[in-house]
Design a binder for this molecule. Structure first.
Ligand code: MN
Length: 278
């Protein structure tokens, strides 16, 4: 561990030095999610991480799944303490990370932001909707290494199994410390066959928006009725979890499509004429 080594070099005394206080590096781990403070996945993750450092939970007071990267700017936010190191926010996952880092923990920022474990997958194109992943992105925007954990659910599914591996990966991310990359981790339903580093898969969108009538005879709509299906693709996150592997996809915030820059250069000339003063 680099930081532990650095602590020794900067004059910290070794643990066996008699009578001298050993000031080891104890990481501060911010835990959040989008399923809300009462979700089992959050509890199991926080419990698994406690042996590794100081765990601080700041989570939404209710479910905020598919909240994406929304930040609340048009109403006041409340921060309520439930226990020591445990807070709720009446806002989105992004609000939680913001308030945690910039207010609650501003004097001693977290060393890592850990989001999850989400009840249900966050694969492929769905990452843009995900509140779980957006919380991790918010951590990255604030220059903190961040990881998002999601679990496929079904028969033989176990949050305990997922939390144990999540804790192991968190320890490695704390050593690696790269705030530019967010790791998006998805756990398969049953026992793990292994771990695969993957790319995002492609979702096949069902065309269906369900239209119904409410009890007063007015139409209402329900988005996302059918379970998602996926285009098969080698090396994708979807393929990995289908095969029983834990999927780890490195994500970054730069949405630029770099390959298109040369192809679109002609716009500078073509449209540029219109912008130039005569
Ligand atoms: Mn969720």
């Amino acid at each position: 561990m680099r930081r532990l080594a650095a602590a020794f070099e900067s004059g910290a005394k070794a643990p066996h030095s008699k009578g001298v206080c050993y000031d080891a590096f104890v990481p501060r781990i911010l835990v959040t999610n989008d399923d809300g403070i009462y979700s089992e996945g959050l509890r199991k993750l926080a419990d698994a991480l406690r042996p590794q450092g100081e765990v601080i939970i700041v989570a939404p007071d209710r479910e905020q799944s598919a909240a994406s990267h929304a930040l609340t700017l048009n109403r006041p936010l409340r921060l309520l303490q439930l226990e020591e190191n445990e807070w709720i926010v009446d806002g989105t996952p992004t609000d939680c990370v913001n308030l945690a880092v910039l207010k609650l923990m501003k004097d001693k920022r977290p060393d890592i932001v850990v989001s999850g474990i989400n009840f249900g997958p966050n694969l492929g194109d769905d990452v843009t909707y995900s509140g779980t992943i957006s919380a991790a992105f918010e951590g990255a925007l604030l220059n903190i290494p961040s990881v998002a954990f999601s679990a496929l659910v079904g028969e033989h599914f176990s949050f305990d199994r997922c939390a144990e591996l999540a804790a192991q990966l968190t320890r490695l991310v704390l050593e690696d410390r790269n705030p530019e990359i967010v790791l998006n981790v998805n756990f398969p339903v049953a026992e793990f066959n292994g771990v695969k580093v993957t790319r995002l898969g492609k979702r096949v969108y069902s065309e269906g928006v369900i239209e119904r009538l409410d009890p007063r005879g007015r139409k209402y709509y329900w988005i996302g009725g059918d379970p998602p299906t996926w285009r098969p693709g080698e090396g994708t996150d979807f393929e990995a979890v289908q095969g029983g592997y834990v999927s780890i996809t490195p994500l970054h915030l730069d949405l630029t499509h770099h390959q298109s820059i040369p192809r679109l250069k002609y716009l500078e000339e073509t449209l540029g004429h219109a912008t130039r003063k005569a």
